[in-house]
Design a protein around this ligand. Structure first.
Ligand SMILES: [Mn+2]
Length: 219
């Protein structure tokens, strides 16, 4: 059942945030995160988990490096696991120390984008219109140029499946689809903030399978 893989990922988030501290490297944290998922029941074969920090968080598909975590860093974790053949995929971004005004502002916009798309998604809606729901939150702000167009995708036995949500998508979202919602704001040289949930689409709406909080966490 896909629900189990998302539970493993959410429980591992509660564990990994306790390990984040100044001086620990991205690689150390990434390996601990993989270990927690296996200890929680995931298959041992991982797939490209992302755990990046500081200005590197603006990299869409950054690979964990030897960079040590510092005060004021954003730490972006985009990860999931395999359980009985099905995959989970989620992202959370946290701040080490007190969030700056700008970090708080971008995080707040990101939260609003995720909420807008999740309020929109149900059986029969257009994936391209779902993208518009996130884009319009950034209209009139300085952050619109840093909004990435791919804001979600189906997840099943593969990590990226239909439906794909983007401005050029022709896909229609259907009840029974399991898919991510992951708009993001990626500012080169500053950093990026992404929140990614994984939803089960229903006739009337959707059910969020990720139980980890979306509120800003300051570590
Ligand atoms: Mn994803």
């Amino acid at each position: 059942m896909p629900a189990r893989g998302v539970d493993i990922a959410s429980r591992s988030f509660d564990k990994i945030i306790k390990d984040i501290r100044i001086g620990i490297t991205e690689k150390e944290l990434a390996s601990r995160l993989s270990m927690y998922m296996v200890m929680e029941g995931a298959a041992t074969k991982p797939y490209g988990n992302i755990l990046i920090s500081g200005p590197r968080t603006s990299l869409l598909h950054g690979i964990p490096s030897s960079r040590a975590i510092g005060y004021g860093d954003l730490v972006l974790m985009d990860y999931g696991c395999q359980y009985h053949g099905y995959l989970s995929d989620m992202t959370r971004t946290v701040v080490v120390g007190r969030a700056t005004k700008k970090q708080r502002e971008v995080y707040g916009l990101e939260q609003r984008m995720v909420e807008a798309v999740e309020a929109f998604l149900k059986d029969g809606v257009s994936a391209a219109e779902a993208y518009e729901e996130s884009r319009r939150i950034l209209e009139g702000t300085e952050y619109l140029p840093w909004h990435y167009t791919g804001i979600g995708h189906g997840v099943g036995m593969f990590v990226h499946e239909t439906p794909f949500m983007s401005p050029v998508s022709k896909d229609i979202v259907r009840a029974g689809n399991v898919m991510t919602v992951e708009p993001g704001i990626y500012i080169p040289g500053w950093g990026g903030i992404r929140i990614e949930d994984q939803l089960l689409i229903t006739e009337t709406g959707n059910e969020n399978l990720i139980s980890a909080t979306k509120e800003l966490i300051e570590i």
